[in-house]
Design a protein around this ligand. Structure first.
Ligand SMILES: Cc1cc2nc3c(=O)[nH]c(=O)nc-3n(C[C@H](O)[C@H](O)[C@H](O)COP(=O)(O)OP(=O)(O)OC[C@H]3O[C@@H](n4cnc5c(N)ncnc54)[C@H](O)[C@@H]3O)c2cc1C
Length: 380
């Protein structure tokens, strides 16, 4: 494994870092308070080509790989995790499966809009009674004329309130065991019968949109089916392999922001006549935070390179997400502790970072589920 980034990768990372520091960081608190991302941020992301990083150049994307996406996501999330998850879901959970499983016609129809951000995407798998046990979904797609009729309710949809296109997983064969009767559909959200339901009020990543989406007798054409009929669960899991690399990158970004804030505060805050950063107890916290985040980054970059090489990445992606999300929460917890009482108010950035960090251990497969994926792979 080459530990050096190429000149092009450094350029992409530095471009994302400048954008994040200059444009996102000053807005992060506002995004959190208002529960939405500034419209001009969407335009800037389009200008920089960050909606279509891994979409091929022939469709207007940047034609880059998962490593470049990871570098960009770390930078964005170090400034604003709400923007980070919005970009991660769009790239990894919608653009990627269309690229990997779409027909040439589906790619031509959807990828150019996704690449520019004219069409924002979302991923609809989770249901009220199907979270970790995603194969238990009951949303159904039944044959209707040449096409399909979709009925059901999806919950916890990131980008639900801003997306124009969803990938929706639905049961197409109720007579076979859970995972074998599921198909994936591409559903424009302006189709009659689609309703955006409740918007979630979240602990963190408050600027990102998270909603329920209801599909009530939604008629879909035959070409809405992505991949093969009844093979949708495989698409859902393959997509999450990529998505987990994105969320692990988010975790490193948030964790890095915690480390930077801790170092700044440890140099400024004086107790017992000296900066608290001179106490060894504080220095050891900083050393452990930094070491865990560096180790997490190596796992994440390894997973990205494996995916880019076209090899099976489930175990590596699960390890990356498991470790990075825990490193992130460790960093957030220690950062708050280093800030003492001040960290427990919204005077400092750590209060938002602490809330944002928590989600990285829950979505795209909770921590326990990553362990199940890893153990299954080891025992296979
Ligand atoms: C902010 C946010 C955004 C989200 N965005 C999306 C999205 O865009 N699209 C989408 O489809 N979903 C999305 N989700 C859903 C998310 O993926 C689920 O919340 C997650 O998979 C966990 O499911 P659950 O919440 O139902 O928890 P549950 O499955 O009810 O789990 C509860 C607890 O039990 C543990 N547990 C469950 N099963 C086992 C087991 N077999 N062994 C050991 N422990 C177990 C879990 O680890 C967890 O700690 C989002 C969720 C949130 C909170």
């Amino acid at each position: 494994m080459d530990f050096q980034l190429t000149e092009e990768q450094k350029l992409v990372r530095d471009m994302a870092r400048d954008f994040a520091r200059n444009e996102l960081l000053p807005r992060a608190r506002k995004h959190d308070a208002e529960g939405k991302i500034d419209p001009e941020v969407f335009a800037m992301l389009s200008e920089l080509g960050l909606w279509g990083l891994t979409i091929g150049e022939e469709y207007g994307g940047a034609g880059m790989g998962n490593l470049e996406l990871s570098l960009v996501l770390e930078e964005i999330n170090a400034a604003c995790a709400s923007t980070g998850v919005t970009v991660s879901v769009h790239n990894s959970l919608l653009g990627a499966p269309i690229k990997r499983f779409g027909t040439p016609e589906q790619m031509q129809k959807w990828l150019p809009g996704l690449a520019t951000g004219a069409t924002i995407g979302c991923y609809c798998l989770t249901e009220p009674n199907a979270g970790s046990d995603a194969a238990a979904i009951v949303t159904s797609a039944k044959r209707s004329g040449d096409g399909w009729k979709l009925d059901g309710t999806k919950v916890w949809v990131t980008n639900g309130g801003i997306a124009k296109l969803a990938i929706v997983y639905a049961r197409t064969n109720p007579d076979v065991s859970k995972a074998k009767g599921i198909s994936a559909f591409l559903v424009p959200l302006d189709t009659p019968g689609v309703k955006i339901g409740k918007t979630e009020k979240k602990t963190g990543i408050r600027g990102s949109s998270t909603t329920e989406i209801i599909f009530d007798g939604v008629e879909l054409p035959a070409d809405a089916l992505l991949g093969e009929e009844n093979k949708g669960f495989m698409i859902a899991m393959d997509t999450l392999d990529g998505g987990r690399i994105g969320i692990a990158s988010q975790a490193i970004g948030i964790g890095r922001a915690c480390l930077d804030a801790s170092i700044r505060y440890a140099k400024e805050r004086e107790q017992f006549g000296r900066p608290i950063g001179e106490f060894q107890a504080i220095q050891w916290k900083l050393a452990d935070m930094s070491t865990r985040l560096d180790a997490a980054r190596l796992l994440v970059h390894r997973a990205a390179l494996i995916r880019d090489a076209g090899e099976r990445v489930s175990e590596a992606a699960a390890k990356a997400k498991l470790f990075a999300s825990q490193a992130c929460n460790y960093a957030a917890d220690e950062c708050l502790q280093i800030h003492g009482g001040a960290g427990y108010t919204d005077d400092f950035e750590v209060e938002r970072l602490f809330r944002d960090a928590r989600i990285t251990e829950i979505y795209e497969g909770a921590t326990d589920i990553q362990r199940i994926v890893i153990a299954r792979s080891l025992m296979a």
